[in-house]
Design a protein around this ligand. Structure first.
Ligand code: NDP
Length: 244
């Protein structure tokens, strides 16, 4: 399946590392004009060295005013990937206010806010847009120490459905991808314990975690015209975890 995004303008959040970075590179190589948003300047500098032509926005998505100014000025975009998130795992009885607030701000609030800004511009320009929100298998299954993370991803799935409903008449599609564990920095911090990872892999029918490339392929499909009739859906990239 050859996907071309020639001339399309794309915004990818959390593009300094991991899945977001790989999405930004793949979109750029497929011809899109990519703006990569992330928090650590050094990551964005190395990204532009790897992939000249990518533009960057260095800011913290939890900063509502900074997002408003920077994303508003960088648009308009036809494609948006809300990928940035934090995973601060804590036992339910030990969840802290700061972890809760930060997770709600980044994993949920920033997705809503960035999407508002981008969708308003799409509507003003009369373009057919596509938004992909990076959720998780954790949105649909309880995982130990994931009370806040599971809940923010579950809220993200529902936000995506309401966005699909309200933005559909404007020809803007909104979908989520829901991967199982991927061994990015986030994955390594939370799943490097061999006993813990073996227990998870045992519950995955395909018997392995997902690769970054698996997630990138699904995101590009949902951004492309090859999924023109798909909106309000969640695409599992979980090796069957949720099927059993
Ligand atoms: P990483 O932690 O490897 O990368 C996340 C990126 O997002 C980093 O570049 C980070 O920048 C950026 N980011 C985080 N918070 C902010 C912020 N407030 N403002 C701007 N940028 C920010 O994560 P992954 O690549 O693994 O995860 C990407 C997405 O995939 C997330 O939505 C995650 O929930 C989801 N996912 C991941 C899974 C996994 O096992 N890895 C499984 C299922 C879903 P910085 O490092 O500078 O903070």
């Amino acid at each position: 399946l050859h996907l071309s995004f020639r001339g399309r303008r794309a915004l990818v959040t959390g593009a300094g590392k991991g899945i977001g970075r790989a999405v930004a590179v793949a979109l750029s190589r497929a011809g899109a004009r990519v703006t990569a948003l992330s928090r650590t300047g050094a990551d964005l500098e190395s990204l532009t060295r790897e992939c000249p032509g990518i533009e960057t926005l260095c800011l913290d998505l939890a900063d509502w005013e900074a997002v408003e100014a920077a994303v508003g000025a960088a648009g308009p975009f036809e494609l948006l990937v809300n990928n940035a998130a934090v995973a601060e795992l804590q036992p339910f009885l030990e969840v802290t206010r700061s972890a809760l607030q930060r997770s709600l701000d980044v994993n949920f609030g920033a997705v809503l806010h960035v999407s508002q800004i981008v969708a308003r511009q799409m509507i003003a320009q009369g373009v057919q847009g596509a938004i992909v929100n990076v959720s998780s298998q954790a949105s649909k299954r309880a995982l130990r120490d994931h009370a806040v993370y599971c809940s923010t991803k579950s809220a993200l799935d529902m936000l995506s459905k309401v966005m699909a409903m309200e933005l559909g008449p404007h020809k803007i599609r909104v979908n989520t991808v829901n991967p199982t564990v991927v061994m990015t920095d986030m994955g390594r911090i939370n799943w490097s314990d061999p006993q813990k990872s073996a227990a998870m892999i045992n519950r995955i029918p395909l018997g392995k975690f997902a690769e970054v490339e698996d997630v990138v392929n699904s995101i590009l499909f949902l951004l492309s015209d090859k999924s023109a009739m798909t909106t309000g859906s969640s695409l599992m990239i979980d090796g069957g975890f949720l099927a059993v």
